[in-house]
Design a binder for this molecule. Structure first.
Ligand SMILES: [Cu+2]
Length: 116
């Protein structure tokens, strides 16, 4: 059962029943995560830090983003903000420093969920 499920496609998050499945995923830095909409409703994939924002994905459409920097990334659907998922990106080096950055970087917007 190796087939086509290699590298990128292994890191797939389905959008189904107004949920991201799985809701939490841990990947290595440099990994590309692909979201696929399996609902009949359009959904978006949006970073709460403004790193990326997909167009509205219709049924069967996909959106990918490559996570180069370690950290914790929160993702939601801008149409249904209750839909949320967390991507944890680990550094490549085994045993490397697992510093929890992200929430308190200089200039990085904090959890306050304010639009412009
Ligand atoms: Cu949605």
């Amino acid at each position: 059962m190796t087939s086509w499920a290699m590298a990128g496609w292994a890191l797939q998050i389905l959008i189904r029943n107004f949920m991201f499945v799985p809701m939490a995923m841990t990947v290595k830095a440099g990994s590309t995560v692909t979201w696929v909409n399996r609902d009949d409703e359009p959904h978006t994939v949006v970073s709460d830090r403004g790193l990326f924002r997909s167009a509205a994905l219709d049924t069967g459409e996909a959106f990918s983003f490559t996570f180069d920097e370690p950290g914790t990334y929160h993702v939601f659907c801008s149409i249904h903000p209750q839909m949320a998922a967390t991507i944890t990106v680990e550094p490549h080096e085994p045993g490397g420093p697992l510093s929890e950055r992200g929430a308190s970087g200089p200039g990085a917007p904090t959890g306050a969920d304010r639009g412009p």
